[in-house]
Design a protein around this ligand. Structure first.
Ligand SMILES: [Zn+2]
Length: 139
């Protein structure tokens, strides 16, 4: 069906950012006569589930992680394209200085970098080479 690994083995997925948070829903469990749970993801991008059986919550989380994989794999393809076309080290999460202001690459929009400047809440598109410095990873 797909040639990518399960998300647990997917090196592109930041697994520290995604964790199922599962809580029992006391009132609904009482009403249903069995334990029901509400699940959400640590990343905040998965809408909390209704009170469901635990397997259904896990299935929803798996679907969320599949969406996350779609996004990171698409971003990796775009990063590879931009990196080779402009000969720059564009990567998701890379630190840059965009037009004199420090920030982080959080995505790609066609051949533009989506840069979240430090202290900002919304990313903005930037050209990969115009007034763009790539900060070397200091780790
Ligand atoms: Zn998540």
């Amino acid at each position: 069906m797909t040639d990518r690994p399960y998300y647990i083995d997917d090196e592109l997925v930041d697994r520290r950012a995604h964790r199922l948070i599962i809580d029992i829903a006391p009132a609904s469990s009482e009403e249903a006569g069995r334990p029901l749970y509400i699940g959400s993801c640590l990343c905040g991008q998965m809408d909390p589930t209704p009170p469901w059986d635990d397997y259904a919550v896990w299935e929803r989380f798996d679907a969320h992680m599949s969406d996350v994989q779609d996004v990171v794999h698409r971003a990796a393809e775009q990063a590879a394209y931009i990196s080779s076309y402009y000969d720059v080290p564009a990567q998701l999460g890379a630190r840059v200085v965009a037009d004199g202001k420090p920030g982080t690459i959080v995505g790609f929009d066609d051949a533009r970098l989506l840069v979240l400047l430090d202290g900002h809440t919304e990313p903005a598109p930037h050209h990969p080479t115009w007034h763009m410095e790539y900060v070397k990873d200091d780790q």
